[in-house]
Design a protein around this ligand. Structure first.
Ligand SMILES: Cc1cc2nc3c(=O)[nH]c(=O)nc-3n(C[C@H](O)[C@H](O)[C@H](O)COP(=O)(O)OP(=O)(O)OC[C@H]3O[C@@H](n4cnc5c(N)ncnc54)[C@H](O)[C@@H]3O)c2cc1C
Length: 417
């Protein structure tokens, strides 16, 4: 069978892989983008809440407050729950997550990621313009509503802290919430509104538009199985139904499935997952949701997607491949219906996806130190839609010997020993 040659094979056509492929192509590399699906953005990059979260300076760390930890331990918090039978498999990972969440380590993660967060929307704006899909970026910002005075106060002080890093935001009272989102109903202590983040009303569609741009510019997007990756004398080979694809360099951008490649190559990287669900519902009558709304104390989000109102859940700690258990979604549904006029479900069943996470909530971006031509770009946790193109730029700059726009050291795989 034919053997296709390129400079680089990028494994995984989610937002992260597509972002890397486009940035490598921009730097003159002949790239083959490989996925097990025929279309890009069919997995985690399809199902997210659509936020280009350039206001999210502080990553989602493990809580340090005892009351909150107890709620989590008792499986009562709507923001996070765990699958009891999977506990032995992810408990060691949770312990590492807890340790990485101390105030100074959390600040280290935040500062390391800040240059990427600041670059995130700029990179998307450039690609969206090039891909000629302006309708896929809405400049709505987003809203976090709070039911409790205490959580509002803590969010307001977090906002003040974030403002010192350039984040814009304002605290809203009930009247201001109603002015912004007239169809919301509830007893709110208040809200925080972030005007800068972008909203993508079809995240899977955006990945597909970027993949189409990549193809238009001469890139090849082919079906293949990353698990067939093998090192050869001159580089790497991966197999697909139409033959083998070979290149000197390979980029592992398989999101939550990246272990299927780095594991057999002998790397022990603590990649875990935080699973999440979504379901689309039709708005009732002429009800309109202007921007994504997080019902913070009740732990779910509503986003006005092209397909309908997408209800996304908080975090479920479970094995990536365990069967779905959409309890959070079932609990959130009546609360969401009370918040906003929602009609029938548009989807036949809930969607389940896995946020790929390292314990320090930083991605792995950079060289696989024990293999020539092996590069990693995965583990973008809650922010892979946001960070895909910015990470792609950083990785491509490293691969082509340019001066990287951000310090890549905190993302190196060597941090895990
Ligand atoms: C409920 C939820 C809400 C979220 N909300 C947001 C948000 O608002 N903003 C934000 O920035 N992020 C959000 N995220 C996180 C974001 O979706 C992820 O971080 C991001 O999609 C990860 O992208 P990725 O390209 O690394 O992985 P993926 O999109 O999963 O891509 C990995 C690709 O690898 C392919 N693959 C897997 N195995 C193989 C194989 N053997 N061979 C070939 N290909 C293979 C898959 O088909 C897939 O296309 C959310 C996540 C969830 C679950």
């Amino acid at each position: 069978m034919a053997e296709l040659k390129a400079d680089v094979v990028v494994l995984g056509a989610g937002m992260v892989g597509v972002g890397a492929a486009l940035h490598l192509q921009k730097r003159g590399r002949d790239v083959i983008l490989v996925d097990r699906h025929e279309l890009a953005g069919e997995e985690t990059s399809f199902g997210n809440a659509g936020l280009i979260e350039c206001a999210s300076v502080f990553p989602y760390m493990f809580p340090r407050d005892f009351g909150q930890i107890l709620q989590y331990a008792l499986n009562r918090a709507p923001q996070a729950r765990y699958r009891f039978s999977d506990l032995p498999t992810f408990l060691p990972w949770l312990a590492r997550y807890f340790l990485a969440s101390s105030p100074d380590r959390a600040l280290h993660s935040a500062m390391a990621e800040l240059p990427l967060i600041r670059r995130s929307l700029i990179e998307h704006e450039a690609l969206i313009a090039e891909a000629e899909v302006p309708e896929l970026l809405r400049r709505t910002g987003w809203l976090k509503v709070f039911r409790e005075q205490a959580t509002l106060a803590s969010a307001a002080s977090e906002l003040e802290r974030a403002k010192t890093y350039g984040v814009e935001g304002e605290v809203l009272d009930g009247k201001a919430i109603a002015a912004r989102e007239p169809h919301l109903t509830g007893e709110f202590a208040g809200a925080v509104y972030f005007p800068a983040p972008g909203f993508i009303p079809d995240p899977g569609g955006l990945a597909k538009a970027y993949a189409a741009l990549f193809k238009r510019k001469g890139g090849r997007f082919l079906v293949g199985d990353a698990r067939t990756l093998e090192q050869t004398a001159g580089g790497w080979r991966v197999n697909g139904p139409n033959g083998a694809m070979v290149a000197r360099d390979v980029v592992v951008a398989l999101g939550p499935w990246s272990d299927l490649v780095f594991g057999p190559l002998g790397y022990s990287i603590p990649l875990g997952v935080k699973r999440g669900y979504h379901l689309h519902l039709a708005p009732r009558g002429n009800a309109v949701l202007n921007c994504p709304v997080l019902d913070s104390d009740l732990g779910y989000l509503l986003a006005p997607m092209n397909r309908g109102i997408r209800l996304t859940t908080g975090v479920e700690f479970a094995r990536r491949d365990s069967p779905p258990s959409p309890i959070q979604l079932e609990r959130a549904l009546p609360r969401a219906r009370a918040l906003f006029p929602l009609g029938d479900a548009v989807d036949a069943k809930p969607w389940l996806g896995s946020r790929p996470c390292l314990p320090d909530m930083l991605p792995v971006i950079g060289k696989g130190p024990r293999h020539a031509g092996l590069w990693f770009d995965f583990g973008h946790q809650h922010h892979g839609l946001t960070l895909g193109p910015a990470s792609g730029r950083l990785l491509a700059e490293m691969m082509t010997g340019e001066t990287p726009f951000a310090d890549p050291a905190p993302f190196a795989v060597e941090r895990f020993g």
